[in-house]
Write a protein that binds this ligand. Structure first.
Ligand SMILES: NC(=O)c1ccc[n+]([C@@H]2O[C@H](COP(=O)([O-])OP(=O)(O)OC[C@H]3O[C@@H](n4cnc5c(N)ncnc54)[C@H](OP(=O)(O)O)[C@@H]3O)[C@@H](O)[C@H]2O)c1
Length: 331
């Protein structure tokens, strides 16, 4: 059911998917309450939304602080008298082996990606309950369903978020409140520039990347017609049944794929990225990972990776070299 001029709270609205969603909601006349840490980036997004004809306010918020998230929802309610939709999108990322990742970085990824969304849910539900309606949209990831090496804090946060979301949905059944999960595969946003990195190498998104606008369209559609979950990104989505039905195959293939496609290029020193502090200068909708020459490079690399996975899987599912050798009397 389409709500005219809905009041929409968006966390993570200063960059990437959250920013694209803000602009998309603005085009359909939503009243927007935009949250993230960087006040200057939020002011830019408010100005863009205003040009599109929407009413928007910025509420600088650190989602890892529950008091600030409570204050965010209270401000939204005081300003507009209701909240119709909450898009919980704020997130940080960290690359590196678990043993190389500083404990405080691991913790802050969970504080932001998991507890930030738990706090947003806890803070917004009383406003939804008061009116007997509301749409809560939690932005997870394909890594809510897939494991990955070299990004364990992120995968942990996104798996846990799905557990939280699906459990909460059961409690909301019959309340008039909908809980939707958005599970994108790679999206062309600045998250890869923002990520903490303890791999020693430059990080790149796994191809192919969807556009942030595509995810934003899906989010706005969910506000009108709530669904339990939407996965975005056809190629990586095919990995979900592979992960659950052929876990050994998946596990053997994913490390070489990550190393070949996600970690390449020059060496870089360790960095905490935007895990603790925002970087307003790099906040925008696109991460500029989808330029034409790069797309050609990525598809070639993806082809090479698929061939590699098939060869690795062949070794994994066929007789091991040692066992085969024994049969030939070599060992
Ligand atoms: N891009 C992808 O490939 C991809 C794939 C799957 C899922 N996702 C998910 O999509 C969502 C958006 O990611 P994105 O790609 O758009 O990343 P992004 O461009 O880096 O945006 C992240 C947003 O989160 C905000 N943020 C970070 N820490 C925060 C904190 N402590 N408090 C408040 N806001 C905070 C950032 O703003 P400030 O720094 O100004 O605070 C920014 O607005 C995330 O949930 C991510 O996990 C992304």
């Amino acid at each position: 059911m389409r709500i005219e001029n809905p009041v929409v709270v968006i966390t993570g609205a200063s960059s990437g998917i959250g920013r694209a969603a803000a602009l998309r909601f603005a085009k359909r006349g939503a009243r927007l309450v935009l949250a993230a840490r960087s006040a200057s980036s939020l002011a830019d997004v408010v100005a863009q939304c205003t040009v599109l004809g929407a009413t928007a306010i910025a509420v600088p918020t650190d989602v890892s602080d529950e008091n600030q998230v409570q204050q965010l929802m209270q401000t939204a309610d005081e300003e507009f008298g209701q909240i119709d939709v909450c898009v919980s999108c704020a997130s940080v990322h960290s690359y590196g082996r678990f043993e190389d990742t500083p404990p405080d970085v691991f913790r802050q990824v969970l504080e932001t990606n998991l507890f930030g969304q738990v706090y947003a849910s806890r803070a917004v539900l009383p406003y939804f309950r008061r009116r007997g309606s509301g749409v809560l949209i939690l932005v997870g990831s394909v890594y809510s369903k897939l494991t990955t090496p070299l990004a364990s804090p992120y995968a942990t946060s996104k798996f846990a978020l799905r557990g939280f979301g699906e459990s909460l949905r059961e409690e909301l059944h019959g309340s008039g409140i909908s809980l939707c999960m958005v599970l994108p595969a790679t999206v062309d946003t600045p998250v890869y520039q923002h990520a903490a990195n303890y791999t020693g190498k430059r990080t790149h998104p796994l191809p192919p990347a969807s556009s942030p606008e595509r995810v934003a369209r899906a989010i706005v559609r969910l506000a009108d017609r709530p669904r339990k979950a939407v996965v975005i990104g056809q190629l990586q989505r095919t990995m979900i049944p592979v992960h659950s039905m052929l876990p050994g195959f998946y596990q053997r293939g994913i490390s070489p794929v990550m190393k070949a496609l996600a970690l390449r290029g020059g060496k870089v020193p360790p960095t905490a990225g935007t895990v603790f502090q925002p970087d307003p200068a790099s906040n925008e909708v696109s991460g500029h990972w989808r330029s034409a020459p790069l797309r050609v490079l990525w598809f070639s690399a993806a082809g090479a990776a698929v061939v590699g996975v098939v060869r690795v899987a062949g070794r994994a599912t066929g007789p091991s070299g040692r066992a085969a050798g024994r049969r030939k009397g070599l060992h």
